[in-house]
Write a protein that binds this ligand. Structure first.
Ligand code: HEC
Length: 192
């Protein structure tokens, strides 16, 4: 009897792991992911402006290169989320989007083309993986005029940026953008 009870408890516990999280839980995660993404984008934008004023576009490269991952690492520690920036035309070779991120960016690009404002361009999902269910979130990072200093047409980039990019990112794919295009996505992930 005791044995049967513990077995049924065990199967309950296992079933609990496999079931879809409640809509409330997913809504809560989405809310947290939105706040985290919004905070990161704001902090990074502020750091970028400060560095551009203080040390020009060449000096601001460090913000995207060192500050961005540092700010993301702090947010990851605080929230337990895994956070990264990805793009099909990535500068950092580690920023390759996976299947879900690729699909998310395509979807967000469609919504942007249909007239949605950049601020609300995000989406989330709970996906099945071989290791269990995972909460996924993507926020579009839309190219603004200031981004073109380092992601625009190479012919109109400041010479110091061009040479720094050439030496630090020999496989750079992240140029040739125009304002209003989706540069990439801020991707958040949490195993459930
Ligand atoms: C001063 C130059 C500079 C400016 C301005 C700049 N970036 Fe970047 N960006 C970089 C560098 C350098 C990297 C590579 C960072 C790394 O090593 O991870 C990068 C990487 C990225 C990535 C990660 C994916 C990838 O391509 O590796 C995204 C997304 C991105 N930038 C978006 C933006 C957006 C949006 C803006 C404007 C708000 C912007 N950047 C402005 C230099 C810049």
């Amino acid at each position: 009897m005791k044995h049967a009870l513990s077995l049924s408890l065990l199967s309950l516990a296992l079933a609990g792991c496999a079931t879809t999280p409640s809509p409330e839980k997913v809504a809560g995660l989405n809310e947290d992911a939105r706040k985290t993404a919004g905070g990161l984008i704001q902090t990074l934008g502020g750091e970028l402006k400060t560095a551009l004023t203080a040390s020009g576009p060449g000096g601001a490269i460090g913000v995207c290169k060192e500050k961005a991952p540092q700010i993301a690492a702090e947010a990851m520690q605080k929230t337990g989320f895994q956070i990264k920036r990805v793009s099909p035309k990535n500068r950092n070779p580690k920023g390759v989007p996976d299947a879900w991120e690729t699909q998310a960016q395509a979807e967000l690009e469609k919504r942007l083309a249909a007239g949605e404002k950049p601020e609300t361009l995000d989406m989330h999902a709970v996906v099945d993986t071989p290791d269990g269910k995972v909460f996924r979130y993507a926020k579009a990072l839309v190219t603004q005029p200031v981004c073109l200093l380092c992601h625009g047409n190479p012919d109109s980039m400041p010479a110091e940026v061009k040479s720094a990019l050439a030496s630090q990112y020999p496989a750079d794919k992240a140029t040739g953008y125009t304002a209003g295009q989706v540069r990439g996505v801020l991707s958040i992930r949490k195993p459930l």
